[in-house]
Design a protein around this ligand. Structure first.
Ligand code: GUN
Ligand code: ZN
Length: 677
């Protein structure tokens, strides 16, 4: 039975629930490290005052000191720490590395058995931590040793949940190899280890590469723990990469050396005249007062500050996932340190990996944060999808209208709207030139056309991305004439670079473009049909000709906005246009038509018989009952749910990707739209 469940996704991040013997926790989460002896701040205070849900302590320290060991063996680790919430224990790996202890110091299997006997919720294997700079051969040895111990440990775990750490240092190939091998063993949690020295040296790009390489192969239905990542400036980016658990000894370590953690970086108390923070500690004291305290009291105050700030950032991360805003948060946080910014760029270089996980249509706006915005996976995916699916590729005249990606495009040009609606695509294609790419008029309401909010002066990187995308689009369109309508907008300037190569004609203003359009005597197909075929193609890869060319096809427009609301056959509603995404939701009857039109298997999900009767009645399809789902199915897409005999049960919106649906055995896979009954 699975313990992990996804409630919402953003990028590779998951807002989840994880069930342990001592309670269910919300992810992403941060566990403060608690020392069994000198717990400066008690676990109860960590939970009640700061809002933490789980703590982590060290089983090696407990085991190696009689006073802790005896209590833990008789009262459990929960008794020792006087805490009845979820507790994770580490194995001593880090102490071996940090104090350079001999190999014999800890027996890898004994430490597993010990963790089990003290009743920890999640134990950890004794993985081999690679020292920085030791070279690939030694790291490879450590990966191998970790794996051997992992294999031996798994049979000792009993009822305890066990974390199996991926190692591999700064070598992505070794991270991949480690992850592939570890994934075959059925661990409950997968930490990514060995990053502490990288954290300390600001080697964030190496951390991103290590996480990306590991995530390629780790199971989707298990939490990923970024071991030793306790600085709030990294939480947003690490969560975006799919890390679910974090732990922090840093809150104390930083405090001892007078350092205050902020989501934007680290500051040293000794350099401050003001406390740059609004937490309860900083709000009720001053730099002078802090400096006047005894060392232990000052340390405690700084620890509390560090905990407040870390807990706050984790909450912000969880909210951002829910809002589809984690990418923006990570982009803003990346400004905290040049190496973090570089790490963010490394992540964007792996957009394909991110795109496989990123759900469609979960953000209401995507705000420009800098030159990276136009490269975001959400825009790259849209651009690719337009290139791959736009159905009107042969036309007499292509009119390009420079615009910002701010809404709405044609609506601010009513005369143009009226005219383009009466034109046949064989005669005229109108498209807007925006920083996210070329947006054909038919797709101007499709996510994320209207969601990107850019400033009215664009940076050079964004402009060169705009040129590259314009060129891509021009290459797929076979037009007798291409007209650039020059207007006073930020994307206008890109044309200077491409007019010659594409023999682009130039007119001044939209009025002139309209005059040119009128030269083409159109046989006027209905604009709704033209638009719907393009949306169909974009969404499902088919143009739905049989449906739209039938005599009984009709649409219902919104009385207020004049936009398409329902697509009908006679009186029967087949599809509804979702205003937030501009995509179509099939009704049950609409779903049947999609099957008849030969929609790709990518959009068909099969559930087993136990689930069929619920889905038929309009209940969610649960992950544990999914029999078949395409590896290409993205989260957020509109799908058809069928039974084993391929009979349609209902339609819905995928909450998970196809691979996630197959791996998870807990939680909702598809939220229902319409059903048989
Ligand atoms: N704590 C910080 N880093 C690590 C690691 O790589 N492995 C283990 N077991 N604990 C850690
Ligand atoms: Zn503070």
């Amino acid at each position: 039975m699975g313990r992990f469940e996804i409630k919402a996704k953003d990028g590779m991040a998951r807002l989840g629930r994880y069930k342990t013997e001592h309670g269910t926790v919300k992810t992403p989460l941060l566990m403060p490290v608690v020392h069994p002896g000198k717990s400066d701040i008690s676990p109860t205070e960590l939970v009640e005052v700061f809002g933490f849900q789980m703590i982590i302590t060290n089983s090696y320290i407990i085991k190696s000191q009689e006073k802790f060991r005896d209590i833990a063996l008789s009262n459990g680790v929960h008794g020792l720490l006087d805490f009845d919430g979820p507790i994770m224990t580490d194995s001593g790996t880090f102490q071996m590395y940090f104090h350079d202890l001999p190999k014999e110091e800890i027996d890898p299997l004994e430490i597993i058995r010990f963790q089990r006997s003290i009743g920890t919720d999640i134990g950890t294997i004794l993985d081999a931590f690679s020292k920085p700079g030791v070279g690939m051969a030694k790291v490879e040895e450590d990966v191998q040793l970790s794996l051997e111990r992992a294999q031996a440990s798994i049979s000792e775990k009993g009822e305890m949940l066990l974390a199996g750490t991926v190692q591999g240092g700064v070598f992505p190939e070794l991270r991949e190899r480690s992850a592939i091998a570890m994934a075959k063993l059925n661990f409950d949690v997968y930490p990514i280890g060995g990053v502490v020295p990288l954290m300390e040296r600001y080697r964030y790009p190496d951390i991103v590469r290590a996480v990306l390489a590991s995530k390629k192969h780790l199971p989707l239905d298990k939490p990923i723990h970024l071991f030793g990542c306790g600085h709030p400036m990294l939480f947003a980016q690490a969560a975006l990469l799919g890390c679910d658990f974090f732990d922090s000894a840093s809150y104390a370590k930083f405090a001892y050396s007078g350092r205050m953690m902020l989501p934007t970086g680290t500051v040293h108390l000794e350099n401050l005249a003001e406390l740059p923070c609004e937490c309860p500690v900083c709000s009720s004291t001053s730099v002078d007062e802090l400096n006047g305290l005894k060392k232990e009291e000052k340390d405690l105050d700084l620890m509390r500050h560090n905990l407040y700030v870390s807990a706050g950032e984790i909450r912000r991360v969880r909210q951002a996932i829910l809002d589809g805003k984690l990418m923006e948060l990570a982009a803003v946080r990346a400004r905290g340190h040049p190496m973090l910014y570089q790490a963010f760029q490394v992540m964007l270089d792996s957009s394909d990996q991110l795109m496989q996980s990123d759900p469609i249509g979960n953000a209401t706006s995507i705000l420009y944060t800098g030159s990276e915005t136009s490269r975001l996976p959400v825009f790259q995916r849209f651009h690719k999808q337009v290139l791959g699916t736009y159905p009107y590729r042969k036309t007499k005249i292509l009119i390009l209208i420079p615009d910002l990606a701010s809404n709405p495009f044609s609506d601010v040009l009513p005369e143009l709207t009226r005219l383009v609606r009466s034109q046949n695509p064989v005669d005229t294609v109108v498209a807007f030139v925006t920083p996210i790419g070329i947006i054909p008029w038919e797709l101007e309401h499709v996510f994320p056309s209207q969601q990107g909010i850019f400033p009215s002066t664009l940076d050079p990187v964004t402009l060169s991305n705009t040129i590259a995308r314009a060129v891509d689009f021009l290459q797929i369109i076979d037009a007798e004439r291409v007209i650039w309508t020059s207007r006073n907008t930020p994307t206008n300037s890109i044309f200077e670079d491409i007019v010659d190569a594409f023999h682009i004609e130039h007119v001044d203003g939209v009025g002139k473009a309209i005059e040119e359009m009128q030269k083409y005597d159109s046989d006027s197909i209905e604009w709704t049909k033209r638009k719907l075929k393009a949306v169909f193609s974009f969404q499902w890869g088919i143009t739905g000709d049989r449906l739209f060319d039938s005599n009984s096809f009709n649409v219902m427009l919104s009385r207020k906005t004049g936009k398409i609301r329902h697509v009908k056959d006679g009186d029967e509603i087949l599809f509804t246009l979702v205003p937030t995404t501009g995509l179509l939701t099939p009704t049950y009857e609409g779903g049947k038509r999609l099957l008849a039109e030969g929609i790709s298997d990518r959009f068909i999900v099969m559930v087993d018989d136990d689930s069929a009767e619920y889905v038929r009645k309009g209940k969610s399809a649960l992950a544990k009952f999914i029999l078949k789902a395409s590896t290409e199915l993205l989260a957020g897409e509109e799908v058809l749910i069928v039974d084993k005999e391929s009979r349609l049960l209902g339609t819905g919106r995928a909450l998970l990707t196809g691979p996630e649906m197959l791996q998870f055995s807990r939680g909702v896979a598809i939220t229902p739209r319409h059903s048989m009954q």
